[in-house]
Design a protein around this ligand. Structure first.
Ligand code: ASP
Ligand code: MG
Length: 430
């Protein structure tokens, strides 16, 4: 008998109908002879509503109370789901993250899982139950306070439980059919991948693809837990994310390995802003003091570019990108150190977007970079910044250009599907 962990996102359990539909799917998995552990998110937009409510009561709610509040969302869905399963004649028990043994550090609102001790889950399974676990939450090791893992953290809960229980697979049910070669909300001809490696998936996730969070994929790679991303609204096979290529059994050819594509996909991100530090003296130590200032403000950067300095003035400009949400903090920190660093002025631009092409095949296939820039040029898209890794090329453009640029690159690399258009079943992409 196998053990599967299934995770259902908020859009899959948005209302009573959704909960009943999901309950049926869970019961099917159980009837197929599996032990089933289910991780569930809060219903629909519950988490956003709770955040909103907190904001109405206090402008800066304490982390501990904020976490206590947010975890209530998953408590509602887990209990309702257990009830719906019982109503179908099967045994189910719900557990909070703490009861399920999800132990975290004590950083409220973005805690990290440091251990999983799923004793109670094992017992529940051995007694024939389906175990339902509230996603996105745990209990801190030192203070025993309730913590949350950060937005979208239920995926990480699911992978962590799958690792601790030595599950065969972690199935992540969402509102699209799997991982696509681009966001199907932007590219109608995006194609569902049958398989993608952990490496390419990690790179897509950090380039703005929202289907799986980086932290969840990182966890899965570390413990080598295959993830199967699929829709809770259809019965289709989704996308396998794993270290080894998927082996598909076909009637004609027997067993066949799914090949790694040269290019896995195109991701985009419009959540970043660009800061340009204008008029920086071109001498050693300048970049160091700018980025020390940013680091001390605990801000994560993405791209960094230094312009050629003007010979007449000996001054240069340094630009970098960062999450829009950190923009204010970064500007304030730099302004405070203006004299120490020595620059003329700051420019802030939040109308930018980033387009990234990802695929391990670019290591061994010359010409990928050239084709990428040709596609952008044919689409009339101007490039502002460029950065690369071994398996990724990213550019920053105007935010307005992003949809067109993503489509152009997707077509240029032959990623367009010629069959059905991608279906988006739910609301928000989570
Ligand atoms: N309910 C939480 C959120 O909306 C966690 C999750 O859905 O994974 O972020
Ligand atoms: Mg959610």
């Amino acid at each position: 008998m196998g053990l599967v962990v299934q995770k259902y996102g908020g859009s899959s359990v948005a209302d009573a109908e959704g909960i009943k539909r999901v309950a049926k799917r869970i019961v099917e998995a159980k009837k197929n002879g599996n032990q089933v552990v289910v991780v569930v998110s809060a219903m629909g937009d519950t988490t956003d509503e709770l955040i909103d409510l907190a904001g109405q009561v206090s402008p800066m709610p304490a982390g501990r109370e904020f976490d206590m509040l947010l975890t209530a969302g998953e408590r509602i869905s887990m209990a309702l789901l257990a009830m719906a399963i019982k109503n179908l004649g099967h045994e189910a028990q719900s557990f909070t993250g703490s009861q399920a043994g999800v132990i975290t550090d004590s950083v409220h609102n973005k805690a990290r899982i440091i251990d999983v001790t799923p004793g109670r889950i094992r017992t529940a399974l051995d007694e024939g139950n389906i175990a339902i676990v509230a996603g996105f939450q745990g209990v801190s090791q030192d203070k025993k306070d309730i913590t949350t893992l950060g937005r979208g953290g239920s995926d990480t809960t699911a992978v962590a439980l799958a690792a601790a229980l030595d599950a065969e697979v972690c199935e992540i049910y969402t509102d699209v059919d799997g991982v696509f070669t681009a966001d199907p909300r932007v590219v109608k001809k995006a194609r569902k991948m049958d398989w993608i490696s952990f490496e390419d998936m990690l790179e897509l996730a950090s380039s703005g693809s929202k289907v799986l969070l980086h932290r969840c994929v990182e966890y899965a790679r570390r413990y080598n837990i295959p993830i199967h991303v699929r829709s809770s609204f259809s019965g289709l096979q989704g996308t396998w994310v794993s270290s080894e290529p998927l082996v598909q059994k076909t009637q004609q050819q027997g067993e066949q390995k799914v090949e790694q594509a040269i290019i896995s996909g195109v991701a985009h991100d419009t959540s970043e802003a660009k800061i340009t530090v204008v008029g920086v003296p071109d001498k050693p130590g300048e970049a160091a003091s700018i980025f020390r200032t940013i680091a001390d403000a605990e801000i994560n950067l993405d791209m960094v570019v230094q312009n050629v300095s003007a010979a007449s003035t000996g001054l240069t400009d340094i630009s970098f990108t960062l999450p829009k949400t950190e923009g204010r903090k970064a500007i304030d920190a730099l302004e405070r150190n203006k004299h120490g660093i020595g620059f003329d002025s700051l420019r802030y631009d939040d109308q930018i977007g980033k387009i990234s092409l990802v695929g391990a095949g670019m290591k061994t296939n010359p010409g990928v970079t050239a084709s990428f820039f040709e596609a952008l040029s044919d689409a009339g898209v101007n490039i502002e910044l460029i950065s690369t890794s071994e398996i990724r090329i990213s550019v920053v453009t105007r935010a307005d250009d992003v949809p067109e640029a993503v489509r152009a690159v997707h077509t240029a690399f032959g990623l367009d599907s010629d069959s059905d258009e991608a279906v988006v079943y739910g609301g928000t992409g989570r």
